[in-house]
Design a protein around this ligand. Structure first.
Ligand code: CUA
Length: 342
């Protein structure tokens, strides 16, 4: 009885880490919850490979137990003069399981993976798509440009749902990797090069992406969202992004604009329609149309925005933005101005 209880406890203890591991799988950012035909193919490839690996493991374990029991029956260390048939069996095992089966599996995986599935993930020709988005990786945020329009945004990419979109990926500094697990495979962002890939979403929704190549201190905070909008909503969004910034409406906002333009903000950021046209940090023309700041480190709300302006180094150490020293009233004016940038 005691032994049974102990065994059960041991089994539960062994399964707990597995449960914790599976519990950690986030639906929001896993290619095992595909939302496009590309990721569906990749997930299929994963499950078939996994299945074959488990069958292989089962076979090896079976043979181990089988040979161990046979050796036990015969008695280990006894006279092995009559072991000829066993040796022949060993040769068969080595040739079949050690050479033939792995070779066949490798060829099969190569054909399915590299010749069939990889093609479905590739970018369509530039002239074959209605929409191309230029993606630029920076330490540590993403810039999204819509060629043919003046729209520029950061860390939140909008695309129309159920529409193939060509993504041209570039880098401004080091090697990054653009990855939206639920939509497609990774594509490297390499300085001096343009790497294209397709993004396609089966349904409207928000899909989380992440830089997947170590690129420095804040690599883990180089995340972004892809919003797949219904096409009409997307067109409206793009139209708004193309517009220059809204003029400040209140006295506080007008004072805030002056704080922005005369202070250090304008030497790094662009606000289209004003004299601020620097390109070190994200374009802020429509800052309030985004739900997050700093590569998804914080929600885009007044308190967080104030914290970011005064001391972004505590929120995202090592990022390019210096802490800005502002008096209380000046900060309030600046926030009033930024909050009007919709
Ligand atoms: Cu960019 Cu990691």
């Amino acid at each position: 009885m005691k032994l049974k209880k102990r065994r059960r406890a041991a089994t539960i203890a062994a399964l707990l880490p597995l449960a914790a591991l599976l519990g950690g799988c986030d639906r929001r950012q896993s290619f095992l919850h595909p939302a496009s035909h590309q990721s569906t193919d990749l997930a299929g490839l994963f499950w078939w490979t996994m299945g074959a690996a488990w069958i292989g493991l089962g076979l090896v374990v079976f043979l181990l137990i089988f040979s161990w029991r046979r050796a036990n029956k015969r008695g280990i260390g006894k006279d092995t003069a009559g072991a000829k048939p066993g040796e022949r069996f060993s040769v068969f095992v080595v040739v079949s399981l050690g050479v033939a089966v792995p070779l066949a599996l490798m060829v099969l995986l190569f054909v399915i993976g590299d010749l069939l599935v990889i093609h479905t993930t590739e970018a369509p020709a530039a002239n074959a798509t209605k929409l191309t988005v230029q993606v630029v990786g920076h330490q540590w945020w993403w810039e999204f440009r819509y060629p043919g329009t003046t729209a520029v945004t950061a860390d939140e990419l909008h695309i129309p749902a159920r529409t193939p979109v060509r993504i041209d990926v570039q880098s401004d500094d080091v090697i990054h990797s653009f990855y939206v697990p639920r939509l497609n495979r990774t594509i490297d962002a390499i300085p001096g090069r343009t790497n294209p890939i397709e993004l396609y979403a089966d349904a409207p929704g928000r899909y989380r992406g992440q830089c997947s190549e170590f690129c420095g201190l804040q690599h883990a905070h180089m995340a972004f969202y892809v919003y797949a909008d219904p096409p009409a909503v997307f067109r409206r969004w793009l139209k708004n992004q193309e517009r220059p910034a809204a003029a400040p409406k209140s006295a506080a906002a007008r004072a805030g604009e002056q704080v922005f333009l005369s202070g250090p903000c304008s030497s790094c950021h662009q606000i289209r329609g004003t004299s601020a046209d620097a390109h070190v940090g994200p374009d802020l023309t429509h800052l309030m149309s985004r739900s997050t700041i700093g590569g998804l480190v914080a929600p885009n709300r007044k308190g967080y925005l104030a914290g970011w302006i005064l001391n972004s180094q505590s929120m995202k150490p090592g990022n390019d933005m210096p802490d800005i020293n502002l008096s209380g009233p000046k900060l309030q004016d600046l926030l009033a101005y930024l909050e009007g940038l919709k």
